[in-house]
Design a binder for this molecule. Structure first.
Ligand code: F6R
Length: 608
């Protein structure tokens, strides 16, 4: 998704801004641009495609500047093109970068055309530059013009702006789209993502909705929505270079797959003790609150939603609680009925997913007991806006396709199932069994990573197909869905998932030698039924790739049977997901796709 970086410094900022754009490449984008104040003029460079192309232009033109704004764009309004790339400008004087969506852009655009402004792009963002120019021409400072513009703008935005008449200050504004200030020595930054400026500073101020700030190399002033000057807390975060570089791995996704044993240890560490989960790990008072919970509602998107689907089964089996689950983008629109004593749970790696934040904000108006978030980013909006939070502690996830975030979300959700059961004094023996199994989980994940060779051998027979079917039953159906999502997003192979028992009700018609079928066959009470479903596939010429418990001795003929390490039944979904991640990665590698930044996708989806 779009990324903003801005700098005011006593040194040249061009290189720093481009460096910051590179750090945000993982978010997904289609074009990049920069505007650098050069006293008499503003250097304005944009490029369709990779940040490297923008950097090449910078190397050719060598603009020098101590004040600038830069952007990576992920198209929403208007195709990916140089003309639509940010920064946008008004009459060579006001330059802006914008993340988010201006919902009333059609009306505002028309009214600005009425004032004589000409639009050069198809974006909803360009009008912000004209709106600022309009109000500055009325005699307002950039700061005052931003407030006047804010009165008109509807939707989500993070904005950074500079003006030809001021070579010292930049102005930023935030509403429902992340934006922070980075405090350096003799320099200040603004960015939508701390990773963009982590090499320059570890001290950040996370702006709140409605905030506007004026920033120069040696000072910053923050004003709230009522234009009152405010002090916001400075947060110190060490983002190590190791966490944000690929090391010896070919892709961030590969690194993140193989980091999973450590990531899961970090999720569990300090949260279990003896034969149980520790009290209040979701925040002070959480254990008492859990005792009152009678129902659960989960909202999330994509991979995080799949984690929720697995957890819904755990909540029911371990904590004896009914659980409803919704796509965050749909939840608000189905007029949900909220029973008394319901807990709303949001799950999000980034904590900035607009659909999930909007669902939470809607839920806050309902009579939920409390809101609880499972999140990987401590400084995120979701973490700040929820009553209770458990951080997954997976470390920065850079690959667009979620891997370690998913695995650690599952570990965190298991901690939640155990905590709910403990608060209700339910199933102590089962809690003890699962707690002990959780301790062994990192080791079992390490074992499952050793299956790489067998999976590398399978990959070519899937890489040359256009479709694939993933099958799982019960708690493994969401894992099959996650496997299909991973394969389609990074290899562009069309993949679907079904509960195996549903095959005969329609999808069986798709089975032929061109439809590889990837199935999950753990030891379970329905293992035999699943094997029968797979026999139906085999009988129709389908090629089977089965990830199975060692007790499964099936003849898969042309396909492959991969035996999985044993672990407690409740944790097997976490373990069976690992080979599916490796398979998607190896298939995408053979197809030569852009694995860390798949086409059309973004890491943190900050628009609804
Ligand atoms: C898929 C993937 C996405 C995200 C989804 C939600 O690999 O990463 O489906 O899971 O966009 O993102 P978060 O978890 O940040 O809310």
């Amino acid at each position: 998704m779009c990324g903003i970086i801005a700098a005011a410094s006593t040194r040249n900022v061009g290189k720093l801004l481009v460096q910051g754009l590179h750090k945000m490449e993982y978010r997904g984008y289609d074009s990049a641009g920069i505007a650098l104040h050069q006293n008499e003029s503003i250097a304005h460079l944009r490029a369709l495609g990779k940040v490297q192309l923008l950097e090449n232009k910078m190397i050719a033109e060598k603009p020098k500047s101590k004040l600038g704004i830069a952007h990576t764009r992920w198209a929403t309004h208007g195709e990916p093109s140089e003309i639509n790339a940010h920064p946008h400008k008004s009459k060579d004087s006001v330059y802006i970068v914008h993340n988010g969506i201006i919902e009333n852009y059609v009306d505002l655009r028309e009214s600005l055309i009425g004032y004589g402004y000409e639009f050069s792009s198809q974006t909803d963002s360009e009008l912000i530059a004209h709106l600022l120019d309009l109000h500055m021409n009325e005699g307002n400072s950039m700061l005052d013009a931003m407030y006047l513009a804010k009165e008109k703008l509807e939707g989500a935005y993070a904005i950074a702006a500079i003006d030809i008449k001021d070579n010292t200050n930049l102005v930023v504004a935030r509403n429902k789209s992340p934006l922070l200030i980075g405090l350096g020595t003799d320099e200040m930054f603004a960015a939508s993502d701390p990773l963009a400026i982590a090499q320059m500073t570890n001290d950040f101020i996370f702006l709140e909705d409605g905030d506007v700030a004026e920033i120069s190399a040696n000072s910053y002033k923050i004003f709230d929505s009522s234009k009152k000057e405010v002090t916001r807390e400075v947060t110190h975060i060490d983002i190590s270079n190791q966490a944000t570089s690929k090391g010896d791995y070919r892709h961030f996704m590969e690194k993140e797959i193989y980091e999973q044993p450590e990531a899961v240890s970090n999720t569990i560490d300090g949260r279990i003790g003896g034969e149980d989960v520790l009290d209040n790990i979701f925040g002070l008072g959480s254990s008492d609150l859990f005792a009152k919970v009678k129902r659960i509602q989960i909202v999330a998107c994509g991979t995080s939603l799949h984690a929720g689907r697995v957890a819904a089964n755990w909540f029911s089996s371990i904590a004896e609680l009914p659980c409803q689950i919704d796509y965050a983008s749909e939840y608000r629109y189905r007029n949900p009925h909220v029973d008394d004593d319901s807990l709303i749970i949001t799950i999000s790696q980034s904590g900035e997913t607009a659909d999930t934040l909007a669902a939470l904000s809607y839920a806050k108006e309902k009579n939920y007991l409390a809101s609880l978030a499972i999140c990987n980013v401590p400084t995120s909006s979701l973490a700040r806006e929820s009553d209770f939070v458990l951080f997954t502690n997976a470390g920065p996830e850079i690959g667009v396709a979620s891997t370690k975030a998913f695995t650690t979300q599952l570990a965190a959700l298991m901690l939640l199932a155990l905590s709910l059961a403990k608060s209700k004094d339910l199933n102590p023996k089962l809690r003890g069994r699962i707690t002990n199994a959780l301790r062994l989980l990192p080791e079992i994940i390490s074992e499952s990573l050793l299956q790489k060779e067998q999976i590398v051998a399978i990959a070519p027979s899937i890489a040359n197909k256009d479709n694939a079917l993933f099958l799982g039953r019960g708690i493994f159906y969401p894992i099959a869905k996650e496997g299909a999502l991973k394969l389609k997003e990074i290899s562009y192979i069309h993949a679907e998932a079904y509960p195996a028992g549903e095959l005969k009700h329609g999808p069986l018609a798709l089975i032929d030698e061109n439809m590889p079928v990837i199935a999950l066959a753990p030891e379970s009470e329905i293992a035999e039924k699943l094997i029968s479903n797979l026999e139906e596939v085999k009988a129709r010429g389908g090629t089977l790739y089965v990830f199975a418990d060692p007790s499964v001795k099936m003849d898969v003929k042309a396909g492959e049977l991969v035996h999985m390490p044993k672990c407690d039944f409740f944790l097997t979904p976490i373990v069976y997901n690992i080979p599916l991640q490796i398979l998607s990665y190896e298939v995408a590698l053979l197809r030569g796709t852009d694995i860390d930044q798949p086409r059309n996708l973004a890491k943190s989806v900050t628009v609804e």
